[in-house]
Design a protein around this ligand. Structure first.
Ligand code: UD1
Ligand code: CA
Length: 484
């Protein structure tokens, strides 16, 4: 993702809070002269049909809010920061946009045509080419955008747009062509004649405009008499009347899924999931059952890793070569090295180094670090702790705020009592220590190198190296032989 700093977010937030229609970033001189290709993302609508308190464009899809999918696509086709038209929940949406785009406030929201009028007002010099897309179309491909641009350029069309042939018109605008096949108009469903309702070529809501033409045409839009809104789609008839070419490229049905409801979002998720899984498969990742494998967009998996069924790889998770993940495993922002195994476990904001393994039923939480060759067995939980190289924690144990050295054995049922009800305290277990079954380590406490605790020990004081402690509270009973 590009991180180009394109505006001053605090300024934007002030403008948004003030709710001033003429505010917005673009007035601070964002639009530079001579932009070759400008992407405009329409995101001011309410998204009523989602029936959710969360603004539609902030609903997550495979690890990113919908709006971020559109913004990424924009950066993939041009270096000019996208202009994002915001309105409903402007503050939350602008926060999600951050410095990945420039927000323009549309207030009130008087329709998709009005959204473009607001943009044209803010950007005094028309860009050469203007790509307009709705923010709710996360499956549009770069290649499709490029094809639209090429088509617009080839015939110097006023606009090249994406259409889709579908049996279910889903309330979309109908593409009206003349007998020669030239696009004459887009008619919204509320304005369709009975014959027009039968048209199966629909407007997907992705357009590539001749910028100079758009900038003057948008000022001629009139509100729709039935709905009172300015329809962007009325621009098509205006272009045809001007004698300018209008082209429609027919896209595929999956790519043009527009998210209006949570049912659409589920369809989009399934489609995107198939795409992501397929890319990993072609890259050499063995996904045993793609139908039950859920991988977010920004996950990296090395070739020759294996993903077993019913597994979720989320956020910024990374998996190294030859590692086997699953079944029934959730990795969220996890960094897994190579030759690791994670079985039926959850790993969140945690790291496992090469040749380590976990599970079944292990839970690695924030800040857990399992070092190379270490073993975490069943019903083990690790939080904000390091389990050193080659150390073993086989059975139902808890490590919190602990640093465990190399070659340590953590006996079954060991617990670091790291929380006294007010503060958290650290536990240090040095190399080659052996913690007996059911030991309670009352932090802050250190178990020295090569020391041992007896089964059931309650360790309240530091244990010197090479010393055996037993009992409650644990006392030293003898010095152990050292190898050196
Ligand atoms: C729109 C198209 C329709 C097309 C359909 C495809 C118009 C008039 N109709 O209808 O031809 O088939 O998309 O999905 O354009 N928005 C604003 N400001 C506004 C109103 C909307 O920014 O004042 C944004 C919305 O947030 C959304 C996009 O524009 O991202 C489209 O608006 P929406 O209400 O979803 O239009 P549709 O009814 O779906
Ligand atoms: Ca829509």
């Amino acid at each position: 993702m590009h991180s180009t700093q394109t505006e001053d977010p605090p300024l934007l937030k002030q403008a948004v809070r003030a709710g001033v229609a003429s505010a917005g970033v673009a007035s601070a001189g964002v639009a530079s002269a001579g932009v070759e290709t400008q992407v405009v993302i329409l995101a001011a609508g309410k998204g009523t049909r989602m029936k959710s308190n969360l603004p539609k464009v902030l609903h997550p899809l495979r690890g990113l809010p919908l709006i971020a999918h559109a913004i990424r696509l924009a950066w993939a086709i041009t270096d000019a920061p996208p202009l994002v038209v915001i309105g409903h929940d402007a503050e939350a949406v602008s926060a999600a946009v951050g410095n990945t785009g420039q927000c323009v406030l549309q207030s009130p929201q008087l329709g998709t045509g009005h959204a473009l009028m607001v943009v044209a007002d803010r950007v005094p010099i028309a860009p050469n080419r203007v790509i307009v897309m709705a923010a709710d179309m996360p499956l549009i491909r770069q290649e499709t955008m490029r094809a639209l641009i090429e088509e617009q350029n080839r015939v110097q069309a006023a606009v090249a747009l994406l259409s889709v042939i579908a049996d279910n018109p889903r309330g979309f605008g109908r593409i009206v062509r003349d007998l020669a096949g030239n696009v004459q108009a887009i008619v919204e469903e509320i304005d369709c004649s009975p014959e027009q309702l039968g048209i199966h070529e629909l407007n997907a809501s992705v357009y590539c405009f001749d910028g100079a033409w758009l900038w003057q045409a948008v000022r001629q839009l009139q509100p729709n008499p039935r709905k009172g809104e300015y329809f962007l789609t009325d621009l098509i008839a205006l272009a045809a009347q001007d004698g300018r070419a209008v082209r429609a490229i027919v896209g595929d049905a999956e790519e043009t899924i527009g998210v209006n409801t949570l049912a659409d979002l589920a369809d989009a998720d399934a489609a995107l999931r198939r795409r992501i899984n397929r890319a990993h498969l072609l890259n050499g990742v063995r996904i045993v059952d793609p139908a039950t494998t859920y991988i977010d967009l920004d996950v990296h998996i090395a070739p020759d890793a294996q993903i077993l069924p019913n597994t979720h790889l989320l956020g910024n998770t990374r998996v190294g070569a030859q590692s086997v993940i699953g079944p029934n495993t959730v990795l969220r922002n996890a960094v897994i090295g190579s030759h690791c195994e994670v079985r039926q476990s959850t790993v969140e904001d945690a790291r496992m180094d090469d040749h380590s393994d976990a599970g079944p039923y292990a839970h690695l939480r924030g800040g857990a670090h399992v070092c190379a060759g270490a073993h975490v067995g069943n019903y083990a939980e690790i939080k904000n702790s390091t389990l050193g190289p080659g150390s073993k924690m086989g059975h139902f144990s808890y490590l919190g705020d602990a640093t465990v050295g190399a070659g340590v054995n953590i006996g079954a049922g060991t617990i670091t009592c790291n929380y006294d009800g007010v503060n958290k305290h650290p536990t240090l277990i040095e190399d080659d220590a052996f913690i007996g079954s059911d030991t309670l380590l009352v932090a802050p406490v250190t178990v020295g190198k090569g020391a041992r605790t007896g089964a059931g020990a309650v360790v309240t004081r530091n244990v010197p190296p090479h010393t055996l402690v037993v009992g409650l509270p644990a006392r030293a009973i003898r010095k152990l032989k050292t190898e050196s």
